[in-house]
Each structure stands twice: as structure tokens, then as C-alpha cells.
Write a protein that binds this ligand. Structure first.
Ligand SMILES: [Zn+2]
Ligand SMILES: [Zn+2]
Length: 194
């Protein structure tokens, strides 16, 4: 074999090897890229499925009390929670009569779920859910009058429990207030304003 032919042959061999290396590198980079994209899509998907901000409302059918519970959740497990109470006149009267409502029949419902903290869906329930009323007039003086009524008339407590908690006759709240000598206020049973 002539020296030139040998050089040519090894040169073409070198070129082929280098081209092969380039193709291998490209394939490798493509695989890395595909993996990165897959990891990214999985991470984003996981974030949306796992992390949410949810708003729940607890309602007590007996005294009208309601409570907001807002939670940051990971796989529906609360990691941070804030609550907001909305007491009612009925609740105050029950407390002062010595029969505070334990909210044992309280139910809760899911108002909003922000998936991945970004998308509100399933559920996303808007609208007024709790009318607000003014309860500022129910001060210590009113409280003392209702407490005094309960002390003077032991039957009133049983009547209250029967009428309000059992029959859900909220007009009896007003009856109690009238009998306690509380200056006329409509016993607005709706939760107090924020
Ligand atoms: Zn209650
Ligand atoms: Zn919503």
C-alpha cells in the first residue's frame, strides 16, 4: 500500500469517528433535554395537584354561627390555617342563658379550591353565603340582663333550648331579649359583619 492511501484511509476513519462522536453527543443532549422537559412537566403537574389554597365554610344550623377556614394544603393536608368566626346573637343569648351551642350539627362545605395556588376550580363557588348583621349592640349590659333573666327564671333556658335548638324557632331569641328587658333590637340572627 502506498503511504498516501494509508493516510487517506486513516483520515477518513478519523472523520467517521468524529462524526459518530458528534451524533452521539447530539443524541445524548436530546435525551437530556427530553428528560428535563419531562421532569419539568411532572413538577408543574405535581405542583398543581399537590398544592392548593382552600376556603371552607362551617355552618351551624342551630345557632347560625359560621366560620371561615382558609388552608394552604399539600396533598389535602393543611400546612397553614387561618380562621374567621362569625358569631350570632342567638349564640350570645345561648351562652348567657348558660347553654352555649356546641355546634354539634355543624356542617362544612368547600367554597374555593385554588389548584397550584393559581387556578380556582372544583369548587369555585362565588356569591353571598353569609348575610351580615350588626351585633355591636349586644354589649356587656345586654349580656348581664340575659344572665339575670336565666337566674330569675330557670324555665327560660329549657324553653330556649326547645324552641331554638330543637325546633329552630329563632323568634324565641327575641322573646328572651324582650323578657330580659333588653331595649328593642331586631334579633338579627345573621352573622356579624367582618
Ligand atoms: Zn351553633
Ligand atoms: Zn373561586
Amino acid at each position: 500500500m502506498r503511504p498516501v492511501g494509508r493516510i487517506n484511509s486513516s483520515l477518513s476513519c478519523f472523520v467517521t469517528t468524529s462524526r459518530l462522536g458528534q451524533l452521539k453527543r447530539q443524541a445524548f443532549m436530546r435525551r437530556i433535554l427530553v428528560k428535563l422537559v419531562a421532569v419539568l412537566i411532572t413538577a408543574v403537574g405535581l405542583w398543581f395537584v399537590a398544592v392548593d389554597w382552600s376556603w371552607f365554610i362551617h355552618d351551624c344550623p342551630d345557632c347560625g354561627y359560621s366560620k371561615d377556614v382558609a388552608q394552604y394544603r399539600v396533598f389535602t393536608i393543611a400546612v397553614h390555617e387561618t380562621t374567621h368566626d362569625r358569631p350570632t346573637i342567638t349564640q350570645y343569648v345561648a351562652r348567657d342563658l348558660g347553654v352555649p351551642c356546641q355546634h354539634t350539627n355543624s356542617t362544612s362545605w368547600h367554597k374555593h379550591r385554588w389548584w397550584g395556588l393559581l387556578v380556582c376550580k372544583s369548587p369555585c363557588i362565588n356569591g353571598v353565603y353569609a348575610l351580615t348583621g350588626d351585633d355591636s349592640w349586644y354589649d356587656d349590659d345586654v349580656s348581664a340582663k340575659v344572665t339575670a333573666l336565666a337566674a330569675a327564671d330557670s324555665a327560660i333556658t329549657d324553653d330556649f333550648v326547645q324552641a331554638v335548638f330543637e325546633k329552630h324557632d329563632l323568634s324565641f331569641v327575641q322573646t328572651v331579649l324582650d323578657r330580659a328587658g333588653v331595649e328593642s333590637h331586631s334579633a338579627d340572627n345573621s352573622p356579624h359583619p367582618d
